[in-house]
Design a protein around this ligand. Structure first.
Ligand code: URA
Length: 181
């Protein structure tokens, strides 16, 4: 992955940003792609959006690196932080799929439309239509919420993100409970 040249993003990146966290995480969070600070540090979500993401995790009793892994739909920074193109998301998909296989999380949380596009192949449909639903990827439950960078620009939506986190936690609890009968 580190020397990948499968898409045009390779030409502009400083480094590949694969992901960070507990390799046996129960929670896998997937964002869009590295921004400027992530491109420099080599770690996802270290800028402003990352601070909000850490706060969101803390709100449901989680911490980066503890039972949590954070990755992105694309591993290289799109120039000027533009949205990754569908072809770039597809080119990076085998890496994401491999990460999911290795980590084998109990729940996947998709942050924003690029992640939803990558995992659910949802190319149209607004994010609002994907929230509050339980999807599956290779048998692993998947839920969708807003991207933290979007929440920074649309503060009133934080309430919906909070609802989504509670929903995510309830889906996780369902997967934890033993079969009753
Ligand atoms: N936004 C993302 O989607 N991913 C990051 O790693 C940073 C910001």
């Amino acid at each position: 992955m580190m020397g990948c040249r499968a898409c045009p993003l390779a030409a502009h990146r400083r480094q590949v940003v694969p992901g960070v966290g507990d390799r046996r995480a129960e929670w896998l969070l997937i964002g869009e792609g590295p921004g400027a600070e992530e491109d420099v540090k080599g770690e996802p979500f270290v800028g402003q959006a990352g601070k909000l993401l850490d706060n969101m995790l803390a709100a449901i009793g989680l911490r980066r690196g503890e039972k949590v892994y954070i990755a992105n739909a694309v591993k290289c920074r799109p120039p000027g932080n533009r949205t990754p193109e569908p072809e770039e998301i597809s080119a990076c998909f085998p890496f994401l799929d491999r990460q999911i296989g290795l980590i084998n999380p109990r729940l996947i949380v998709l942050l924003g439309r690029s992640a939803a596009h990558s995992i659910l192949r949802e190319e149209r449909g607004s994010l609002g239509a994907l929230r509050g639903r339980r999807f599956e990827y290779k048998g692993i439950p998947v839920v969708v919420t807003y991207h933290p960078a979007y929440l920074l620009r649309n503060l009133p939506e934080k309430l919906k993100a909070w609802e989504d986190l509670l929903f995510a936690r309830s889906v996780m609890e369902e997967t934890n409970s033993p079969a009753l009968f």
